[in-house]
Ligand binder design. Sequence first.
Ligand SMILES: [Zn+2]
Length: 445
Amino acid sequence: MTDALRAAVRAAMPLARAELERLVRIPSVAFPGFPVEPVREAAEATRDILASAGYQGARLIEIPGGQPAVYAEIPAPPGAPTVLLYAHYDVQPAGDGWQGDAFTPVMRDGRLRGRGAADDKAGIIMHALAVRAHGGRPPVGVKVIVEGEEETGASHLEASLADYRQILQADAIVVADAGNWKLGAPTLTTTLRGVVKAVVEVRTLEKPVHSGLFGGPAPDALVALVRMLAGLYDEAGNTAIPGLTREPWVGLDYPEAEFRRQAGILPGVGLAGTGSLSEQLWSSPAAAIIGLDAPRVEGAGNALVPVARAAIALRVPPNHDPAVAFDLLERRLRALAPRQVHVDIRCEGLGAGFAVATGAPAFAAAQRALERAYGVPAVQMGSGGSIPLIPALAAAFPGASIVMWGVEDPDAGIHGPNEGVDLDELERMALAEAIFLEELAALRS
Ligand SMILES: [Zn+2]
């Protein structure tokens, strides 16, 4: 059966590529301030692609207060289980640094490049291909939900998941919004870190004042803020917030050379932190300073800074409560604030982490599917990132096993310039998903 599925996926690849290019051309950025028309257009294109792959009842689901989701299904043959497939059609804003236009797909250096080509429009194509490979009649029931607000961090689908319990009910959930740890190395993602977004503001003066006449005793807000931020780390560079601890990591050991290359770390620059890379990336807290409001260097007046702000993204280990993590962060920052400067700390978003139940039969079925598609056993890795819908789905459907995989390998450049998907990897992962449907059917017979 593998050979037949392999041949069917291969035969469908030219169409799959055309469909992916069609999706990439639509700038479906769902962030506030971006036009909403392309978002809806991408939802409609997704609906059409799913329908043409053999899904039934493909339609937009209007999500109150949010962007539409796309839903389609294939009813289960009698006695067979049902799987829910997830992807998202919204994308990150283009950002800077692209060679050419971010929304004009182009084949370069072995990848089909364009914003969303990997994250996560390729996930939609995977779900289409997996069903297409079965001629539209897979041996299990298949439901597919494609969300339009994953990247914004304000998923209204997540918020109103309870309303969709009935239609999304499934025995297993496949999230195609992850990737192999490196190209061609089949990988299941088993953990996600949680995330806390916070903004800290420090005020010290009524207004900017002359740095010569007042500098020294008059407290500078930027200096105070910088000291507070520095205090979030220990000497070795580990994020050190009392109460926020590491969890143990079992699974892939991330090799340093590969990590340095994938992350683009400059020659000679040392890595931060202690412990194995896997543990640091996937089961440890990590605070990043992602934004800073302070006077620009260009044209900076020679004055003390009265107010400064920083945005912090704090990743938390999979089983930590992000609300508790925010409290710990706030407590730590307040403790670090020097000389009673005025400190305001706001929580701008919380996302829970997640750990897959790796003992579930569906998880083993996914491992077998990857091995059949790639010819080598699958490894397990964590994800340093967060997909808040996953823990919400897991909570809504406690009996459903979760499988996280996809085509977002570290060199896919997701969220960065020149994002690109390797089409051979897309073909292999679509085959793995097609085989997974077969493996899932076998669990019940
Ligand atoms: Zn994504």
